[in-house]
Design a protein around this ligand. Structure first.
Ligand code: ADP
Ligand SMILES: O=P(O)(O)O[C@H]1O[C@H](CO)[C@@H](O[C@H]2O[C@H](CO)[C@@H](O)[C@H](O)[C@H]2O)[C@H](O)[C@H]1O
Length: 542
């Protein structure tokens, strides 16, 4: 294919993109500056990866007003108008070549041919240009597999190659060691941990104005039956549709087992889980007695739709990842002063969130009290262990592979600065986040069954009210199963430290409220209701 772009065209195309990108960027989900006017965009790196027709241009831009700039990575396809079409919805705009002929400029992650070119570039390794390509020792990177973009509208853009490779193209760039690469590498070195093996990565050279910055991470593709969110919500919706559910039993805190507890092959069946004899079981038919009266005293109810043992296995997988992270990266007890600082950090996050989202204001006082009791807990001399954590764990971040659950996306909360995301934290932070996710899954499934978005649930008729109780019972039961599995595999049972758990659940719910207000306002009632519940002292029983 004759070259459509050569090195001399790059500067001209970059200038054209500088004008096109402000409007286009504001429509991307991964662009953080939403709600603002189209930002000024300044290209700071342009590298021609492939010069054929189509050509592939690698671009890093600085976007935003002075003092509030962010860095974004773009992969731009360039094709002569008339020689072919660009994938639906991928057009950024039109440019011209040196002769004035029209060129189409488009989002290249949507183009399998260009993604294969990028993969070949990565597999070949190489330094010396503005973008460097590195491979981990012994990493097998097969070429020639069909590329398909998986998530054009997440925090980043993920491209799969067959069912072997997954390339995560980072969008909002953060200078410094990228947590995804750092954590996947540590977990891979630990061996036998339920996470994907990292294979290669791209980064800017030291000449990049912000310093060396990770651009993309290639990892093993994990074939799966689906992610936790899809499986949990489908299971819950099935139960609610059949109008059956119940509340759980066995809410007690379980002392840490200390080490061990590998996930070991297939997920536990009801039978072998029953033999282990800990935590809640998925009952055939039970009498309800939820601590929050979730399903009504004395009602006869049927099973929970089969997710409970999955939740338990997920708890085990999470504990295994935590234990490997603690071994491979730092882990220690906080000093009382550091524990105070941790609590103060939670309060700061809360205050920032309240500034952005006034709906949180009525809950700020009680939530600050929880932070204070965390501090007095530290004063009593109870050591608070900290380590590297996932940082943004939820049901969408776990894949159900045939052999068990695999945790993905170790980037941390994308909205927060890198130094915060890399900070040592209590492992309960991830546990609390996953427990929140069961609450989300229950509400989402409820919405589906009721046929209304979460915002429009109230007032509920008798059927709606009954289903809402079922949804809360489903969440409680799965939260308990997760916590029990976590403790079985050596993690500290979150139910043993309810104040800590409540503080971190509230922190997550507050983060979620801000996230939803920015991205999916119709979902806002889910975290807001949780903030209200946690502020007023009602933990959904773990
Ligand atoms: N290693 C992997 N194997 C298979 N699918 C994956 C892998 N990593 C991510 N995915 C899929 O891509 C989606 C987005 O990945 P994720 O890491 O969560 O991206 P983001 O940072 O954009 O949220 C996931 O929900 C999952 O379906
Ligand atoms: O997956 P990301 O790293 O992009 O995480 C962000 O988006 C998530 C939503 O896609 C958001 O998660 C929240 O919604 C989930 C359901 O869609 C739910 O399972 C989670 O519990 C809830 O936090 C996440 O918070 C955000 O950082």
């Amino acid at each position: 294919m004759s070259a459509v772009v050569d090195a001399t065209d790059v500067e001209r195309l970059t200038a054209e993109l500088r004008l096109l990108l402000p409007g286009w960027l504001t429509g991307r989900r991964w662009f953080a500056g939403k709600g603002h006017h189209a930002p000024p965009v300044e290209p700071v790196l342009a590298d021609l990866v492939h010069s054929g027709d189509p050509a592939l241009l690698h671009l890093v831009v600085r976007a935003g007003q002075a003092g509030h700039e962010e860095w974004y990575q773009l992969l731009v396809g360039v094709r002569r108008a008339g020689t072919g079409t660009v994938p639906d919805g991928s057009l950024i705009g039109r440019g011209a070549d040196g002769d004035g002929s029209a060129l189409l400029l488009y989002e290249a992650t949507e183009d399998p041919e260009l993604m294969s070119r990028l993969l070949a570039r990565l597999a070949a390794e190489g330094t010396g240009g503005p973008v460097e390509y590195h491979r981990l020792p012994d990493a097998d990177v097969p070429l020639g597999l069909p590329a398909r973009v998986l998530t054009a509208e997440q925090s980043n853009t993920s491209v799969a190659f067959g069912d072997r490779l997954m390339l995560k193209v980072l969008r909002r760039l953060v200078p410094g060691p990228h947590p995804e690469l750092e954590m996947l590498t540590a977990l891979w070195r630990a061996g036998d941990v339920p996470s994907a093996r990292p294979l290669a990565w791209a980064q800017t050279s030291d000449a990049f104005p912000a310093g060396r910055t990770t651009l993309a991470v290639l990892q093993q593709f994990v074939p799966s039956l689906g992610d936790g969110w899809a499986l949990a919500t489908a299971g819950a919706a099935r139960v609610f549709r059949s109008d059956q559910a119940g509340s759980g039993s066995g809410a007690g805190c379980r002392a840490s087992q200390g080490g061990g507890g590998r996930q070991g092959g297939a997920l536990p069946t009801d039978d072998n889980a029953a033999r282990r004899g800990a935590g809640p079981r998925e009952p055939g038919m039970i009498r309800t007695r939820g601590p929050e009266g979730v399903a009504g005293e004395g009602a006869s109810v049927a099973p929970f739709g089969g997710f409970t043992e999955e939740a338990r296995a997920l708890g085990r997988a999470t504990a295994e990842v935590h234990s490997a992270l603690a071994r491979q990266l730092d882990s220690r007890a906080l000093t009382p002063a550091e524990a105070d600082e941790l609590a103060a950090g939670l309060t700061r996050r809360l205050d920032e969130a309240v500034d952005e989202l006034p709906e949180l204001l009525p809950f700020a006082g009680p939530l600050r009290d929880i932070h204070r009791s965390l501090r007095s807990g530290a004063d009593r001399g109870r050591p608070l262990l900290v380590q590297r954590v996932h940082g943004d764990l939820h049901l969408g971040q776990v894949l159900r592979a045939p052999h068990g659950w695999v945790l993905i996306d170790f980037e941390g909360e994308p909205g927060h600065p890198l130094h915060e995301r890399r900070r040592l934290q209590p492992a309960v932070r991830d546990v609390a986040a996953m427990l929140r996710s069961f609450d989300y899954a229950a509400h989402h499934a409820l919405s589906e069954v009721l046929g209304t978005p979460p915002a429009e649930h109230a007032p509920l008729g008798p059927r709606g009210a009954r289903l809402a109780r079922r949804a809360s019972a489903w969440a409680v039961h799965n939260r308990r199963a997760f916590s029990a599995g976590y403790a079985e595999a050596g993690g500290t049972d979150p139910r043993c430290d309810p104040v800590l758990l409540r503080a971190f659940e509230a922190d997550k719910a507050v983060y979620e409220a801000v996230y939803e207000a920015r991205n999916r306002p119709e979902w806002l009632p889910i975290p807001l209701e949780a903030v209200r519940r946690l502020a007023h002292g009602r933990t959904a029983a773990a």
